[in-house]
Design a protein around this ligand. Sequence first.
Ligand SMILES: [Zn+2]
Length: 334
Amino acid sequence: MALGVRPGAHMVAGIKLSDRENTAVIVDFAGNLIADLAMPHQPGAMELADLLNLTAELVDRVCQKAGIERSNLSAIGLGVPGFVDAAAGIAHWSPILAGRHIPLAQALSARICLPVHIDNDANLVTLAELWFGAGRRLSDFAVVTIEHGVGMGFVLNHRIYRGAQGLGMELGHTKVQLDGALCRCGQRGCLEAYVADYALAREATTALNWTNRENRSLNILLESLYDHAKAGNQAARSIFHRAGRFLALGLANVVNLFDPELIILSGERMRYDYLYANETLAEIKALALNTGRPAPKIEIHAWGDLLWAHGAAALALSAVTEGLLAPAREIAAQ
Ligand SMILES: [Zn+2]
């Protein structure tokens, strides 16, 4: 039996917090966008109380834009970068939150009197692709996000795979070099330590003798590196080329492990097209096992902030749907 949804039956909010911009959307039960909002944000870790106040303000302001009350919402989905246990609602570590192992979902739920579900950025971008994007037609695909770090969300048999403790699929911290470059996580040789924006900036600082530029922001350093590469600077080009080879190595390992139908590369760094050049794609092909099968498709999707917030809304929608279906399943099982 095919079931239809009544779009107006429920509304949820999706909130994305990051160290540059916070965004919020309200969608109806069919996923239609009702209202959206973006607010700039200063980098740095917040205390929990400040983060809760900020999130409550975002929720109230986007509700105001939608012309509804907070109590009209059925649930909130909240996305934060970092290590998040979605099932337990715990933020183990996030660059925007001071402290570790914070029961964030519970704390926000108590603050705003609504059910709250949390997850990390890569999973939410993956959920957005699964519910609203290219993933609607696919059972097995990967979304790799490249920005401050390297993240991955993976859909296996139409569902996000999270691992036994919700911390799986940390592609950025798989090792691509023994005793290699130091990573933000404290270990050495992680893929992220060769591909993420801080890694590119580190290489640029040494290779281009940018000793006087240490005080510049990461974004300005990267823009400058990109401009140098485009203008034909060989040192700048070789930084992107090397990072692209490491990325190819990481993606070829994903292909060999999971055999996905599609890999979506997603992130704001898409304009650094050197990372995603034809050489990178050729290198993936060369490193993936030659089994005679067609290589998985690789698509590049620029990642808008609203996409992430949409994923947070999809998280809330799936929780509301699950809540509605669970009693029916129990009755059916009796
Ligand atoms: Zn690492």
